[in-house]
Design a protein around this ligand. Structure first.
Ligand code: BDP
Length: 642
């Protein structure tokens, strides 16, 4: 089945008008010239090969993937040192619109992070539980359908690569980190599929990566071990990865989830994660490719009764003793929080504790725990907060200056809007922009996205901001309170189920009883997690009075009558935020109804806002009722709680 893309996201034809109506010279063949040629054909401009031009795009010098734009009376010139840099310079010119052609100061821009990566959790076969895309909320995979590569849809994959390049993304992992038997074969007999997929991405300066199974030497190579120190295992990897790099010369490398949630890893052989990662690095480094080794490693069979174990500590305990032991071409990929992509978690303490290791910060654009692309939830404010967080206090560097790379789990699929919820496109856009320049503010990024996508009048622009700017905090307000996390339905993770995971082995507990709620992670009486942070945060998190309200229940177990920094009790805060959250979603729905936008987009979002209102009410009622019954304490405003 071939897809029809009805909505080209933030690159509609209109956004190319300022370039497409002009005389443009492009000094190098390839993608940039093709793009400009298409724009000129659509808008009546002209691609010139010599003489005067309004816009010149040219390669010069050597260096990074940034670009410079100069604008004066003689015209506008975009220069870059690399093919990818020129692609980024072209898209920056599109973003600037008409102002790219009015004289002004020189713009010079280079990416803050050399690698800006999207991880797809796509399966080749339809997984019986997870489907085609694990935690995918945007239809099927762009790459595979029911076991087969979507060869007929390569043009759409090219459009996708273009979309990603336009926001500066330069690396893509194509398949799920949970590598099942069929997907493991992408490394060997199904490698031609990766060769085909690499082509459209290459056109836009994006390198492809593969998630591989640590047990591949056994699964595919017929060996009886995957021990990373076994010579036969090492040579299998060297030969296999050597072949991959020969067939795909710009192959980016491999991504590994090992020893976590059932995936194989080096622990089976008494080896460390560094042993495992370095073996792969040794095989890839001669070819200029790298290893992404995830730090999402924990025992998913722990018992809620055993309070000495704490899943939030696991990545820290496993990885920080290995600081300095990883090869230069290994990146340890760390989730933003110590648990698992919750709407609110403290920043992972691992990010401040491995100064001699190359780290990537991993965020989740796919909205597993933030409304599954049924709820409006603009995530840039969360990501920006994380990037600006200073683990060593005001005098120390922010996370943006501590990690070397940014990675997001992709939120795209074969949905005509690309992301299921049309407004979730803004998250993909914002991820790319923040990875290029983390100093951009969420509101200005959203404004860019709104301009490019909708070309709106002032009222529509204001309406979109009203609906989206604060939508993450709104989502937070009607779901699990005060950083305690989860309370979602087990398995698919949509909607409330306060005790759904409470007595399971997954390590995600809230410990609510008749007296209080929250996880004691203090050093004094709890799991000691608060002590994993450097000064001053170790003290701030340890202290019941200094701990920020929004993280209180992540770090402390408190009585319902505990008074927050805001002055409200915990129980009253729960009631108030849940009533307020629903009111805010209802207001967003009203605001949306009054906006005049493309009818398809309008109708899809309107329907989703109905679902969001329904779901927010369900959250409110279950959370409030649960805590009313546990605590026996009523709402001071006398609102109805069942
Ligand atoms: C969890 C998801 C699971 C992923 C896992 C991961 O529920 O599907 O496999 O993260 O990041 O949030 O590996």
């Amino acid at each position: 089945m071939t897809n029809v893309i009805t909505h080209p996201a933030w690159l509609p034809a209109a956004a190319w008008r300022p370039i497409g109506t002009r005389r443009v010279r492009v000094d190098v063949p390839g993608t940039v010239r093709d793009e400009v040629e298409a724009a000129c054909a659509a808008h009546g401009g002209r691609l010139v090969t010599a003489g005067e031009a309004d816009l010149t795009l040219t390669l010069t010098g050597t260096g990074h993937d940034g670009y410079a734009i100069t604008r004066d009376d003689r015209g506008t010139t975009v220069t870059a040192a690399t093919h990818a840099g020129l692609v980024h310079g072209l898209f920056a010119t599109v973003r600037m619109g008409e102002s790219a052609f009015t004289p002004g100061p020189r713009v010079a821009s280079r990416p803050a992070f050399p690698r800006r990566m999207l991880d797809h959790w796509d399966n080749v076969d339809v997984h019986p539980v997870m489907g085609q895309v694990e935690r995918g909320y945007a239809g099927g995979s762009l790459f595979w359908s029911a076991g087969a590569l979507r060869t007929a849809d390569l043009p759409r994959i090219r459009d996708y690569a273009r979309l990603l390049a336009s926001v500066g993304i330069n690396a893509v992992a194509l398949n799920n980190v949970n590598v099942h038997a069929t997907e493991a074969r992408l490394l060997t007999d199904r490698l031609p599929e990766i060769e085909l997929l690499a082509e459209p991405f290459r056109r836009y300066g994006i390198r492809v990566h593969l998630a591989v199974s640590f047990a591949a030497p056994m699964l595919l190579g017929g060996l009886d071990t995957a021990d990373p120190l076994d010579p036969a295992v090492r040579s299998w990897w060297a030969l296999t990865l050597g072949e991959v790099c020969e067939r795909i010369p710009d192959f980016g490398g491999v991504l590994v989830k090992a020893d976590s949630e059932g995936q194989p890893g080096p622990f089976a052989y008494g080896r460390t994660h560094a042993d495992g990662a370095n073996m792969l690095a040794e095989a890839l480094a001669p070819h200029g490719a790298t290893v992404h080794w995830r730090a999402f490693v924990y025992d998913h069979r722990q018992d809620w009764r055993d309070r000495s174990t704490d899943r939030a500590r696991a990545a820290y305990d496993h990885f920080t003793p290995l600081d300095g032991a990883f090869a230069d071409t290994v990146t340890v990929q760390v989730k933003h929080g110590p648990m698992d992509f919750q709407p609110r978690e403290p920043v992972s303490p691992v990010l401040a504790a491995m100064p001699r290791t190359r780290l990537a910060l991993e965020v989740q654009a796919t909205q597993e725990y933030t409304g599954q692309q049924k709820h409006v939830c603009y995530l840039a404010p969360m990501w920006s907060e994380i990037l600006r967080f200073r683990p060593r206090g005001d005098d120390g560097p922010p996370i943006a200056g501590t990690v070397g790379e940014l990675v997001a789990v992709a939120n795209t699929g074969d949905d005509p809007f690309w992301t299921g919820h049309p407004l979730a496109q803004a998250n993909l856009y914002a991820f790319g922009r923040l990875a290029w320049d983390p100093s951009l503010t969420p509101a200005e990024i959203l404004d860019e996205w709104i301009t490019l996508t909708f070309d709106p009048d002032d009222g529509t622009r204001a309406g979109l901001h009203d609906v989206m700017d604060d939508s993450w905090r709104t989502y937070e307000s009607y779901t699990a309170p005060l950083g305690v996390g989860f309370m979602v339905r087990p398995g698919h993770h949509y909607g409330p189920d306060v005790d759904g995971y409470e007595y399971t082995p997954w390590g995600t507990y809230h410990f609510a009883d008749r007296d209080g709620v929250g996880v004691d992670r203090t050093v004094a009486t709890g799991t000691g997690f608060a002590g994993l942070y450097p000064y001053p945060w170790n003290g701030v998190y340890e202290s019941l009075t200094d701990c920020p309200d929004e993280l209180l229940l992540f770090l402390h177990h408190v009585p319902y009558t505990h008074v927050l920094r805001s002055g409200r009790t915990v129980i009253q805060h729960i009631y108030d935020t849940h009533f307020d959250g629903v009111t805010r979603v209802e207001a967003a729905r009203e605001r949306w109804r009054r906006l005049a936008l493309d009818p398809d987009v309008h109708a899809r979002v309107a329907a989703l806002l109905d679902e969001q209102v329904r779901s927010a009410i369900e959250w409110r009622d279950q959370i409030n009722t649960y805590f009313f019954r546990k605590s026996g304490i009523g709402d001071t405003h006398g609102r109805m709680i069942y």
